[in-house]
Design a protein around this ligand. Sequence first.
Ligand code: HEM
Length: 146
Amino acid sequence: MNYSIIAHNANYIPPVQKPNLTFFPQVGEQGIRDLLSRFYACLDKSAIRSIFPPEDAEGMEIAAQTSADFFIQICGGPAYFNQRHGMPRMRGRHMPFTITAEGRLHWLTCFEQALKPLESSVKDEDLQSFWNYINGFSIMMINTQG
Ligand code: HEM
């Protein structure tokens, strides 16, 4: 696995591809929910904790499951996010939060940590496709300089 991070350049938005459709069957719905639980548990202890509204770890777990609805959908599973929360409009939904290039690095570092346990059960190229997706897509969530 190559967890390198694409440098953010305000003048260039890289093309982003969704994860391989072969990723989801290997991880399964519960696997994605567990992935997002690990990820939000990491965010709860991270340098960007203050931008997340949930007040406690329990609130973070609820946020994790909303995010899991999104990732299950984007990976080719049931369209839970659309059904439960409406259109994704991810950039718009992130606008109320201060997301800097540095914040993105913390966010991706937590994702790397959360993905590692999947290395033994998911084909490398499929896990890589998931990383490539969040690596590129996260650039578009940056909405604040500095
Ligand atoms: C650049 C790094 C990012 C940061 C710092 C960030 C931060 C946040 C914050 C603060 C929230 C609100 C949490 C809450 O109270 O519910 C949120 C929600 C969410 N984020 Fe991100 N985010 C980032 C990138 C991404 C990316 C790349 C994706 C998807 C590919 C994503 C998917 C989501 C989803 C699905 C939600 C839930 C939206 C909702 O509640 O309707 N985020 N994010």
